[in-house]
Design a protein around this ligand. Structure first.
Ligand SMILES: *[C@@H]1O[C@H](CO)[C@@H](O)[C@H](O)[C@H]1NC(C)=O
Ligand SMILES: *[C@@H]1O[C@H](CO)[C@@H](O)[C@H](O)[C@H]1NC(C)=O
Ligand SMILES: *[C@@H]1O[C@H](CO)[C@@H](O)[C@H](O)[C@H]1NC(C)=O
Ligand SMILES: *[C@@H]1O[C@H](CO)[C@@H](O)[C@H](O)[C@H]1NC(C)=O
Ligand SMILES: *[C@@H]1O[C@H](CO)[C@@H](O)[C@H](O)[C@H]1NC(C)=O
Ligand SMILES: *[C@@H]1O[C@H](CO)[C@@H](O)[C@H](O)[C@H]1NC(C)=O
Ligand SMILES: *[C@@H]1O[C@H](CO)[C@@H](O)[C@H](O)[C@H]1NC(C)=O
Ligand SMILES: *[C@@H]1O[C@H](CO)[C@@H](O)[C@H](O)[C@H]1NC(C)=O
Ligand SMILES: *[C@@H]1O[C@H](CO)[C@@H](O)[C@H](O)[C@H]1NC(C)=O
Ligand SMILES: *[C@@H]1O[C@H](CO)[C@@H](O)[C@H](O)[C@H]1NC(C)=O
Ligand SMILES: *[C@@H]1O[C@H](CO)[C@@H](O)[C@H](O)[C@H]1NC(C)=O
Ligand SMILES: *[C@@H]1O[C@H](CO)[C@@H](O)[C@H](O)[C@H]1NC(C)=O
Length: 780
């Protein structure tokens, strides 16, 4: 649990344990420095052909600034049928290239890759990462006794050593992913080139990110400009990079930030990301900078970055480095990561001594803290959204240490279960929503999931790279060095449909009917302890989400206002955080008992089962009729005034329907609550949900006397205490309710999507939760 001290921040509210990008898109857009320049914005996809033999296409997404790489599968009739538009645009017979035959056909509405619908299993092969055959040459730097101050002799040191740059042109020519990513990076670099350097906007007062968005944009640009220079030798790119650095040092044509503490050390993520950006520029363009330029970059980096890192580490009373003190979360990864990249970049040239001092601190601190943000089941304990930031910080730091020192220095192994964190991300993603419990912001444009490409190579798990390489955000300079060209196959071939993450911190399960069908049924459900998440969770034991028919039927409300009073005060029962609707038990898809929040000291226990189905290589897949998964949580400890509360959820009818069952004995009122964006009509024990022209019927089976469905808006109960600041509106959200007085009940709620594919709905037998098994609800 983080403790926050007012002294850590120069701002007028007390803590910044959080990061949420683009909390207020309107605000950023009005400043004009976000990159709205991509000429997309069309309702229908616009296909652009690259003049290359592989049939690589780029689709400009419906949301500005997003690109997905795809390659048309023109020699497969089914694939071509699935994407006639792609085939038409490509016009030539692209086939298998280097065995890399699996490509998404486009991004769908949810910015996820859509795969061709085909039973031609020859198109899809077993996930393989043949590093023995790696097209990367072996790294010549193999120190026998690696240490954090014994660095490779050549530049670049960080993430992208010279022997990899030398291999890139050939990889770009032969590998469709490299080809696409190279094009994307140049496309973005060209857009950013045409824009003025990122202006200083400190939004600590309006959305609470300090200059973090600014810092991350500068880093993104520095990466792209430096990449473009090294790939072309065109000094225009180095000059443009220098212009960006000058500006962020306060030496540009307009003023930029305060004179001292320019990089906002009170919100140290900002300082760390700026430091990383300057370190990358210093290192990647080392050979072109003059001695004067190098001195200028180092001076700025030391004065505005490393100095504050030293202050934080060695003068703890400043609280600048509160994030170093036992914080097992994204702050620790990002802050140590930025200081490490910067220090590695200038070590040897640095006359302050700060770089060497910091390298003696950051690695030890991160291997004791950052890496333990991951529970032993792979879950990122700060919730799904923070995985992006934390894993990116960890991957950058680890990758830079590996290239600079020849060793990960424990970053990959100090937590022996860290490697599973890729599964956490993959299983958390449903066909239309991320199962994003806790604090989750609307979108992100600088944090990607490309750490999966790094983890695939680092841990030899090809599925991570196969999953990520088709995602819209994969076109990033890091991908050029993290992706292993010898990765082939379909990530879903052999990947179980279900996975349970059973560490007591989160205890959650992911169940689905397909990995490749956007209409698939998906259920996410969780129990887990309510404390120990860096104050990013909700009071949500028993929470669930459901996707089916390409529609989110039940989902999350996301984060509240990070600047609202007491939002991050602490996670004790009396915390002001738990007065906000989106964080209260009321705002979750679970039981509310006694109209009171759950007990923050809850220690739920779970049982679960799965028939362990795997999809195989075909993208067309129908689970058999008895295929199922279930999850049962004893939630008694989460409630006051109850004798017993258990909740179970399971897939039925060959993963076409869902049963949610609660067994409650409570001395206070009981309310079953679930939040939906659908239009709801209720009639007694039936509720009909419609959305996107799809329908789901929700039925209360064997209803206890007096139990019927009703609805309400997603607003607090009139009996609740008034929060320090009003809740945000939950526009368009309806709460489906069953409201009962104190008593003993079994509530069996059946969710039946209208598949319109000949599926016959079933009504399951009534089976006590303690008797649930894989076969307890079989139809025969
Ligand atoms: C990378 O992409 C740019 C822009 O599309 C292109 O000019 C360049 O030739 C590509 N690099 C290689 C090595 O193909
Ligand atoms: C850039 O210059 C380096 C060093 O002279 C050379 O090795 C490389 O081939 C050049 N690259 C391009 C794209 O001209
Ligand atoms: C910016 O100007 C200051 C003051 O002249 C100088 O110390 C620093 O090195 C400069 N930094 C950059 C990146 O130009
Ligand atoms: C960083 O982590 C190490 C190892 O856990 C710890 O000993 C040290 O006190 C931490 N540094 C700070 C400033 O909290
Ligand atoms: C949960 O994972 C953490 C590692 O991050 C581990 O220390 C802890 O013991 C695990 N809890 C249980 C109950 O296994
Ligand atoms: C975590 O890693 C340790 C050491 O490899 C192993 O013994 C343990 O079983 C792992 N925990 C889980 C939940 O897999
Ligand atoms: C290009 O810009 C878009 C939008 O800002 C971003 O999502 C993507 O990651 C960027 N790609 C690169 C190569 O930086
Ligand atoms: C409603 O839709 C939004 C946007 O897709 C989504 O973020 C949210 O989770 C949905 N809410 C519910 C309660 O399903
Ligand atoms: C937790 O925060 C609340 C304000 O939200 C405060 O009243 C309470 O004293 C804090 N508790 C602890 C243990 O810090
Ligand atoms: C599913 O796999 C788990 C883990 O390997 C195993 O314990 C369980 O017995 C399997 N269940 C079935 C029905 O095969
Ligand atoms: C528990 O029940 C008692 C007696 O009905 C009531 O006074 C008390 O407020 C309830 N506590 C909670 C937390 O609901
Ligand atoms: C619903 O169906 C109508 C009529 O067919 C169509 O115009 C509309 O675009 C559909 N809406 C969605 C969200 O699919």
């Amino acid at each position: 649990m983080a403790t926050y001290d007012p002294l850590q921040s120069s701002h007028n509210h007390t803590n910044y344990p959080v990061y949420q990008e683009n909390a207020n898109p309107q605000f950023y857009q009005s400043t004009g420095y976000i990159t709205p320049a991509r000429p997309a914005g069309k309702k229908t996809s616009k296909w652009v052909k690259f003049g290359i033999p592989l049939g690589i296409l780029v689709i400009a997404g419906v949301v500005v600034g997003v690109v997905l790489g795809i390659r048309a599968h023109n020699n497969s009739s089914s694939a071509a049928a699935a994407s006639s538009q792609a085939a038409a645009a490509s016009g030539s017979g692209a086939g298998h290239v280097d065995g890399k035959e699996v490509f998404a056909q486009a991004t769908n509405t949810w910015f996820l890759p859509s795969y061709p619908s085909t039973t031609d299993t020859s198109l899809y092969t077993t996930p393989t990462l043949n590093s023995a055959l790696s097209a990367w040459p072996a790294d010549p730097f193999q120190p026998s006794n690696p240490s954090v101050t014994n660095l490779r002799p050549d530049r670049p040191r960080l993430i992208a050593p010279a022997h990899k740059w030398a291999a890139l042109p050939n990889l770009i020519a032969t590998d469709p992913y490299y080809h696409l990513w190279n094009a994307t990076i140049f496309e973005n670099a060209t857009i950013w080139d045409a824009m003025v350097p990122v202006p200083y906007v400190n939004d600590g007062g309006t959305s609470g990110n300090g200059i973090l968005d600014v810092a991350r944009q500068i880093k993104q640009r520095v990466k792209a400009f430096s990449y473009a220079y090294r790939m072309t030798n065109d000094t225009h790119w180095a000059d443009r990079c220098w212009e960006e650095l000058q500006n962020a040092a306060g030496n540009g044509t307009t003023s930029w930030g305060p004179d001292v503490d320019k990089w906002d050390s009170g919100h140290f993520l900002d300082t760390a990301e700026m430091s990383a950006a300057f370190g990358i520029a210093y290192d990647w363009l080392y050979d072109i900078w003059t001695d004067e330029q190098k001195l200028a970059i180092r001076t700025t980096l030391v004065n505005y970055g490393l100095y504050y890192g030293i202050q934080g580490y060695t003068v703890p009373t400043t609280y600048i480095a509160w994030w170093a003190n036992d914080i097992k979360g994204n702050w620790n990864c990002v802050c140590n990561g930025g200081l490490t990249l910067a220090s590695l970049a200038i070590l040897g040239d640095d006359t302050s001594g700060y770089a060497e001092t910091l390298l003696g601190l950051t690695v030890t601190n991160a291997t004791n803290n950052c890496v333990f943000a991951v529970s032993d089941d792979g879950t990122w304990s700060e919730t799904n959204d923070y995985w992006y930031f934390g894993a990116t910080g960890h991957a950058e730091m680890t990758s830079a240490l590996m290239t600079a020192t020849g060793s990960d220095l424990g970053m990959l192994t100090a937590n022996p279960n860290f490697s599973k964190t890729g599964l956490f991300h993959m299983y958390g993603q449903g066909p239309t929503q991320l199962f994003a419990w806790g604090d989750t912001g609307p979108n992100k444009y600088t944090a990607t999931a490309n750490s999966l490409l790094f983890y695939a190579s680092a841990y030899n798990v090809p599925e991570y790279a196969l999953f990520q390489r088709d995602q819209f955000d994969s076109g990033d300079p890091w991908s050029m060095f993290w992706y292993d060209p010898q990765t082939s196959g379909a990530f879903w071939d052999g990947m179980p449909l279900d996975h349970t993450f059973d560490n007591s911190t989160d205890q959650w399960m992911s169940m689905r009917s397909s990995w490749t069908d956007a209409n698939a049924l998906f259920v996410g459900v969780k129990a887990g302890t309510l404390q120990g998440h860096q104050t990013h969770n909700d009071l949500d034991v028993g929470d669930f989400v459901i996707d089916a028919l390409g529609t989110t039927w039940f989902g999350e409300l996301g984060d509240g206002n990070y600047l609202a009073p007491d939002y991050f005060s602490n996670d004790t029962q009396g915390s002001g955080r738990w007065m906000y609707y989106r964080k209260m038990t009321e705002g979750q898809n679970t039981l509310l008992i006694g109209a009171t929040n759950q007990d923050v000291t809850a220690t739920p226990s779970i049982t679960f089962g799965t028939t362990n189905d795997t999809q195989g290589s075909s993208t067309v897949y129908t689970p058999d009729g008895d295929s199922t998964a279930y999850f049962v949580a004893d939630m008694t400890s989460a409630y006051f005034n109850v004798t017993s509360v258990k909740r179970g959820i399971r897939l039925l009818n060959g993963r076409k329907q869902v049963l949610l069952q609660d067994e409650v004995t409570a001395g206070a009122s009981v309310q079953w609550r679930a939040h939906t964006n659908a239009t709801v009509s209720t009639s007694g024990t039936t509720a009909t949900l419609t959305r996107n022209n799809q329908t789901m019927t929700v039925s209360l089976l064997n209803a206890p006397n007096g139990a019927t469905f009703s609805t309400s808006d997603a607003v607090r109960l009139p009996t609740d205490v008034t929060p320090p600041e009003p809740d945000q509106p939950n526009t368009g959200v309806t709460v489906l309710l069953i409201t009962l007085p104190a008593g003993t009940y079994t509530l069996e709620v059946l969710f039946t999507p209208e598949w319109n594919d000949g599926t016959t709905a079933v009504t399951p037998p009534s089976v006590a939760l303690d008797s649930w098994s894989l076969t307890s609800h079989n139809s025969s």
